[in-house]
Design a protein around this ligand. Structure first.
Ligand code: SF4
Length: 356
C-alpha cells in the first residue's frame, strides 16, 4: 500500500488513485490533441486516438529503478505482489471516472475543440504504462479481456521482469517489451533491477514474445553515450523476441530522470535516425522504417511479415478477441483504419511531452 504522504504527492502531480493499487493520469498528448496541437506517435504509427486514450497503471509497484524514467521513484519497489487485489470491473469503472474528472476542465475551454472533447468522453484506448509495472497485477489477463469487451483497445508495456505474468496473457492489442540496453552489464547499470536474475527474466520474456499470437513491439529508449552501442547485442535480443515492430526512441530529459542523466544524454532526432539506420544494417533485411515522429524523436520499424498491417483495424480486433476464436499470428488484422483527424493536426510543436 502507498502511504498517505505518497498519495498526496501523486495527487499534486495530477495522478488519481484508483482503488488500492491502480492510478490514472491524463497524458500530455491527450491534452494536446484536445487542443488540436498534435497527437502522439502511436496515432501516427498505429491509429491510436490520443484524445480518447486513458493512461493508467494497474500496479504502482515496480521491480526496476530505471535511470531514464521520467516518472521517478514515486512508487514503492517490490518484487512480489503485496496487499489487496482489486476486482477488474472496479478498476475499469473507477479509472474511467477519475480520467473523466481530470478532463472536465477542458470542456468550455477556448483552446479545446468541442468535437474532440465530446469524443474524449468515450475512452477507446488504454495505455497500461503510466508508472510502476502494470503487468504485476495478478488479474492482468482478466483486466485486458474486460477492456476488450468494452471495446477499449489495450497497449501494455513491461520491463520484462515478470515472465510468468506475460505467459498469462491471451490477448492484448499491442504488447511492448522495453529493452533498455544491449547487454547484461549495461542493463544492470541503466535499469537498476531488484531481481538478481533480471537478465534471465528478460530473455524468458523475449522467448514468450516470439511465440505470441498478438501484435508485439520492442521499445528501445536510446540514451546518448549510455546505451547507443553494441548493435550486435541489440540484434541478439531483438531476434530472440522477433517483434512485429521496433520503436527506436530518444531519451527525454524530463521529470525525475534529470537526477541521473544530463541534457546532453538526450539525442536529437537526426541522431536517432542515424542509430536506426545502423541498427537496420545490423538486423539484415527483416525490418524497414515505416514512420517517424519528430516531436517524440522516434522511428517505427516494422517486420516484413506485417506488410500492410501497420494500422490497427479496431473493429476486426474486437471481433476476433471477443469471439476468442482465433489466436494465430497470421490472422493479425490487416485492414488500414482511416485516421481522418491526422491531416488537420499540427505536428510542429517541439515542446517535450513524455509518451507512454
Ligand atoms: S503517448 Fe501513450 S498515453 Fe499518451 S496518448 Fe499516446 S498512447 Fe495514450
Amino acid at each position: 500500500m502507498l502511504t498517505k504522504q505518497q498519495i498526496q504527492e501523486l495527487e499534486k502531480q495530477q495522478y488519481r488513485m484508483v482503488g488500492n493499487h491502480s492510478a490514472v493520469k491524463v497524458c500530455g498528448w491527450t491534452k494536446k490533441m484536445l487542443r488540436s496541437e498534435g497527437a502522439c506517435y502511436k496515432f501516427k504509427f498505429y491509429g491510436i486516438r490520443s484524445h480518447q486514450c486513458m493512461q493508467m497503471t494497474s500496479s504502482m509497484f515496480c521491480a526496476n529503478r530505471c535511470t531514464f524514467c521520467w516518472r521517478g521513484e514515486k512508487a514503492p519497489v517490490a518484487k512480489v505482489w503485496k496487499g489487496e487485489v482489486d476486482d477488474p470491473d472496479t478498476i475499469i469503472e473507477l479509472s474511467q471516472k477519475r480520467h473523466m474528472s481530470l478532463l472536465q476542465g477542458f470542456g468550455g475551454n477556448d483552446k479545446t475543440k468541442d468535437f474532440l472533447f465530446q469524443e474524449a468522453k468515450q475512452v477507446r484506448h488504454v495505455a497500461l504504462s503510466l508508472t510502476g509495472e502494470p503487468i504485476a497485477y495478478p488479474k492482468i489477463n482478466e483486466l485486458l479481456e474486460k477492456f476488450h469487451k468494452a471495446k477499449i483497445s489495450t497497449f501494455l508495456v513491461t520491463n520484462a521482469q515478470y515472465p510468468e505474468q506475460i505467459a498469462k496473457i491471451k490477448n492484448v492489442t499491442q504488447f511492448y517489451i522495453s529493452v533498455d540496453a544491449p547487454n547484461k552489464i549495461k542493463l544492470k547499470e541503466i535499469d537498476r533491477p531488484l531481481f538478481p536474475d533480471f537478465y534471465e527474466r528478460l530473455l524468458k520474456s523475449l522467448d514468450i514474445m516470439k511465440e505470441a499470437t498478438y501484435r508485439t513491439c520492442i521499445r528501445l529508449t536510446i540514451i546518448k553515450d549510455q546505451n547507443d552501442l553494441d548493435l550486435q547485442g541489440y540484434k541478439t535480443l531483438i531476434m530472440r523476441g522477433s517483434p512485429d515492430f521496433i520503436e527506436v526512441k530518444g531519451y527525454m530529459h524530463v521529470g525525475a530522470s534529470r537526477k541521473f542523466l544530463e541534457r546532453e544524454n538526450m539525442p536529437m532526432h537526426e541522431e536517432i535516425d542515424t542509430f536506426t539506420q545502423s541498427l537496420i544494417e545490423t538486423l539484415g533485411d527483416e525490418y524497414t522504417v515505416t514512420s517517424e515522429h519528430k516531436p517524440s524523436r522516434v522511428l517505427c520499424l516494422m517486420h516484413k511479415r506485417m506488410q500492410g498491417k501497420q494500422y490497427i483495424d479496431f473493429p476486426k480486433f474486437f471481433e476476433i478477441v471477443n469471439k476468442e476464436n482465433d489466436n494465430k499470428k497470421d490472422e493479425k488484422s490487416n485492414e488500414n483504419n482511416e485516421t481522418p483527424i491526422a491531416n488537420s493536426l499540427d505536428y510542429s510543436n517541439e515542446k517535450m511531452t513524455p509518451n507512454c
